[in-house]
Design a binder for this molecule. Structure first.
Ligand code: ATP
Length: 268
């Protein structure tokens, strides 16, 4: 790879070249995966189309994060295939999958506490766009998150948790990948910051990035989604168009209601 990352971007373009908006970009085919002997997801299949967004929903422990980890290469499938534009990327190392254009945000790596906001951003941008591209990328980051611009000289370690999340997100959003996986992005963030983050996600999507969204604030995910996938105990229980919250609640409720409770519910 060249110092400015040209080769990695070329690789990303080459791998998903020819995938037009609305065509299959990331496909899970009969994927199972877990942790050691524990199987967390079973025979999961769905397709994320280029430029579209999936809201991946399900109750606690349903397997949403496991799927996010699978797609970004943090864990490998035990069976089935994970296809990116036709290439099986299942089980490839996370850094190679990132180079192919699939990124999870916020990235696992946290910010460098002893560096300023500007230094943190510059460090990330130098790796993706080279030294010459850094000033332009910084301006773009501050335009996305003005709050980071206000705090550009502040040490990252002294930012609030939400601001630190913005900082790691800004590094990704300035040069959006082909597929962006967001897992519980709004966790612990003030509502006003969540709004700002989702506004930026909508912008990134409008520019062509496909999104796989795992989000407790279901309404935020649904507002951006073209498709909904619901997981129930590791299996897909719904895959289709966006439904109303009421309709979705039906799919999100545990399927096996214990017999005594079921009759109680029926009798009113
Ligand atoms: P939540 O909404 O609560 O975050 P989730 O839908 O994201 O849940 P996962 O985190 O994918 O669910 O977990 C699926 C199952 O895998 C759960 O039963 C969980 O306990 C288990 N699991 C997750 N991570 C590990 C791990 N590192 N080791 C062992 N089991 C794990």
């Amino acid at each position: 790879m060249t110092r400015d990352g040209t080769a990695s971007r070329a690789a990303a373009t080459a791998t998903v070249a020819g995938v037009e908006p609305g065509e299959p970009l990331l496909t899970l085919e009969h994927v199972s995966a877990g942790y050691g002997p524990f199987r967390a997801i079973f025979d999961v299949s769905f397709t994320l189309n280029a430029g579209e967004a999936i809201a991946l929903l399900g109750s606690n422990g349903a397997g949403k994060t496991t799927i996010a980890r699978l797609c970004s290469g943090l864990i490998a499938p035990t069976s089935g295939r994970v296809l990116l534009g036709g290439d099986d990327i299942g089980g490839r190392p996370a850094n190679r999958i990132a180079r192919l254009g699939v990124t999870q945000a916020p990235e696992g790596r946290s910010v460098f506490a002893s560096l300023t906001v500007a230094e943190n951003l510059a460090l990330g941008f130098r790796a993706t766009v080279g030294a010459k591209g850094v000033p332009g990328a910084l301006d773009a980051a501050y335009a996305l998150f003005p709050r980071l611009g206000d705090r550009r000289s502040q040490l990252a370690g002294s930012l609030s948790g939400g601001e630190q999340r913005m900082l790691s997100l800004a590094r990704v959003l300035v040069h959006p990948p082909k597929v962006l996986i967001v897992d519980e992005l709004s966790l612990g963030l003030a509502p006003i910051i969540v709004e700002e983050v989702y506004r930026n996600l909508a912008t990134v999507k409008a520019k062509g990035t496909a999104l796989l969204i795992v989000e407790q604030h279901v309404e935020h995910a649904l507002a951006l989604a073209d498709q909904v996938v619901v997981l129930t105990r590791g299996e897909v229980s719904y895959d289709g168009p966006v439904l109303s919250l009421e309709q979705l609640t039906e799919h999100l409720l545990p399927t096996a209601v214990p017999e005594p409770l079921a009759s109680e519910l029926e009798s009113g």
